[in-house]
Design a binder for this molecule. Structure first.
Ligand code: AMP
Ligand code: MN
Ligand code: MN
Ligand code: MN
Length: 286
């Protein structure tokens, strides 16, 4: 019996480096019980992943998406797990977010040029398409890789620190919708709305985090990503405690991006079916 799942992964449909099919194959090679594909702002990879998963009867496929929302602080990402990608309002939201990316990315490239790190949008697009992606979701990850390929930085981490991370000189905001609108779109597509990697909210303290989570619950939030490759054991315990006290489903995943985040492995941290609990297993894998 397979016992472990990974409910947060990215493919070439957004800023991962493996195709949707390859992500599913890797999940099968790790003998996972289930894998969710949760690309940023798109459901484009889901059909391919679902078809690939049909070859593996012991692996359940969970169609998902990860969407950015207006953050109270830090980064606010909401996962939609078990979505029906035909949902019209979810598709409308995703298209809005992709168009906001198309508006922002050239501004980042222009700032980089001013800073002496010359790059064209074509260089950025080439990073996405070289791996078989269609380039419909271009993230700062692609820009970071292009900066590295051009020799402006040694690696992706330096690209974020020196140039494009929040607070760095070439950072440009992009438009996002409110958490309420984001959660509503996910739920109207039948998805479970989950607060992704709560650590990235960068809350000063536990009380502040709890205040934000309670507000998100009022906006329709149903789960919290307790297990994530960025979380320390202490954080994981804190989020689990919060999930139990506030009645949220506890989910988890690696946030796998392939070679773009080489230290993040699919299926790690380990998230068991038992940790998800019967209700979530029934809802997402049933
Ligand atoms: P965007 O959605 O375009 O704002 O880009 C954010 C993406 O860049 C995230 O999904 C991560 O994959 C990646 N990312 C953000 N911050 C960092 C960082 N400090 N180091 C490496 N990758 C990062
Ligand atoms: Mn990413
Ligand atoms: Mn995220
Ligand atoms: Mn992610």
């Amino acid at each position: 019996m397979r016992r472990f799942v990974d409910l947060h992964t990215h493919s070439t449909a957004s800023d991962g480096t493996l195709s949707p099919r390859e992500v599913v194959r890797l999940a099968e090679a790790k003998r996972l019980a289930a894998v969710a594909l949760t690309d940023h702002d798109t459901t484009e990879g889901l059909a391919e992943a679902r078809a690939a998963a049909r070859e593996f009867p012991a692996l359940r496929f969970v169609p998902g998406i990860e969407v950015s929302a207006q953050p109270p602080s830090g980064t606010l990402h909401i996962l939609g797990l078990g979505i029906d990608e035909k949902g019209a309002s979810l598709q409308k939201l995703a298209e809005f977010l992709r168009s906001a990316r198309r508006e922002r990315n050239p501004k980042i490239v222009a700032k980089l040029k001013e800073l002496g790190a010359g790059l064209d949008m074509d260089d950025v697009l080439a990073v996405a398409t070289a791996r078989g992606g269609r380039g419909s979701v271009i993230s700062r990850m692609h820009i970071a890789e292009a900066l590295s390929l051009k020799g402006h930085v040694k690696n992706i981490s330096e690209a974020f620190k020196r140039y494009i991370g929040r607070g760095a000189p070439a950072y440009v905001e992009r438009q996002r919708l409110t958490p309420r609108e984001t959660i509503a779109a996910i739920r109207s597509a039948g998805g479970l709305a989950v607060l992704a990697h709560p650590a990235q909210l960068n809350c000063g303290n536990r009380a502040e985090l709890e205040r934000i989570v309670r507000e998100l619950i009022r906006a329709g939030l149903e789960g919290i990503e307790v297990y994530h490759s960025d979380h320390s054991p202490l954080q994981t315990r804190m989020y689990l405690d919060m999930a139990r006290r506030l009645g949220l489903g506890a989910t988890g995943g690696s946030d796998f991006h392939g070679a773009a985040k080489p230290h993040v492995r699919i299926g790690s941290p380990k998230v068991s079916l038992a940790a998800l609990g019967e209700e979530l297993v029934g809802r997402l894998l049933g």
